[in-house]
Design a protein around this ligand. Structure first.
Ligand SMILES: *Cc1c(COP(=O)(O)O)cnc(C)c1O
Length: 230
């Protein structure tokens, strides 16, 4: 079931790319496995899938310890500074950087592990009060700061659009994120040139792909609804 779901979504992403003239190789599916058991991840792994997204550090650590070492783990949830050390040795990309303090902590922990950690800046494009993320107008300044950190690599931007009845209504937020990304790259800031756009979830990923998404983060449509009270 989850294999069929994943393959269907990959096909949808590919179709959406082709329909709007994008190269399907530019858009990848990140399987968001938070709250779901390691066996489900292993099942998709056995089909050749390698990129998984998690939101909670404790859960991510537990899964990383028991699953194959060549899985690419993406941290997509809000990240507390005191927990960076637990994921710094292995994390593939942190999508949720939104303060200088967090970026500095990642720098320190990456240096300790003698590696460079790829990151995205999380932008709250719609200005939702309940969400983390930078205001669009704060984003370039944080990018500039990240550009001074030798062990943190700026790769682009991430957003979670509002959950709306009609995904068409999220199009403006995806478009804004893309424009912001282009603006930042055009500033010619040292070490800042990133083309990753992490946007689009189960309800709105087709629209996100049409607006240039390169990482599509899908959980529910692959694994089914989540139960947080288990
Ligand atoms: C849970 C989560 C997703 C996946 O959402 P679905 O609606 O289940 O596809 C994507 N991005 C982030 C940041 C999430 O927390």
């Amino acid at each position: 079931m989850i294999v069929e779901n994943m393959n269907r979504i990959k096909k949808n992403i590919e179709d959406s790319c082709i329909a709007c003239g994008r190269d399907p190789k530019e858009a990848m599916l990140l399987a968001v496995s938070k709250t779901k058991p390691a066996e489900m991840i292993q099942t998709l792994y056995n089909e050749g899938h390698r990129d998984f997204g998690e939101n909670y550090v404790q859960e991510l650590r537990e899964k990383e310890a028991i699953l194959p070492k060549d899985i690419r783990w993406h941290m997509i949830g809000h990240l507390q500074r005191n927990k960076v050390k637990y994921i710094a040795p292995f994390v593939t990309m942190i999508h949720s950087v939104d303060t200088e303090e967090l970026a500095l902590t990642i720098e320190k922990e990456a240096a300790k592990n003698d590696r460079i950690i790829p990151i995205l800046l999380e932008v709250n494009v719609a200005g939702e009060e309940t969400k983390y993320g930078l205001k669009p107008e704060e984003t370039a300044a944080l990018a500039e700061f990240v550009g001074t950190l030798p062990h943190v690599k700026y790769c682009g931007l991430m957003t979670s659009a509002p959950f709306l009845e009609d995904p068409e209504d999220d199009r403006i937020y995806f478009r804004k994120l893309k424009e912001l990304s282009v603006d930042i790259n055009n500033k010619n800031i040292d070490n800042i040139n990133g083309n990753v756009l992490s946007m689009g979830m189960s309800n709105d990923y087709r629209v996100a792909v049409e607006e240039g998404s390169t990482i599509i983060r899908v959980g529910t449509d692959i694994f089914g609804a989540r139960n947080y009270n288990k």
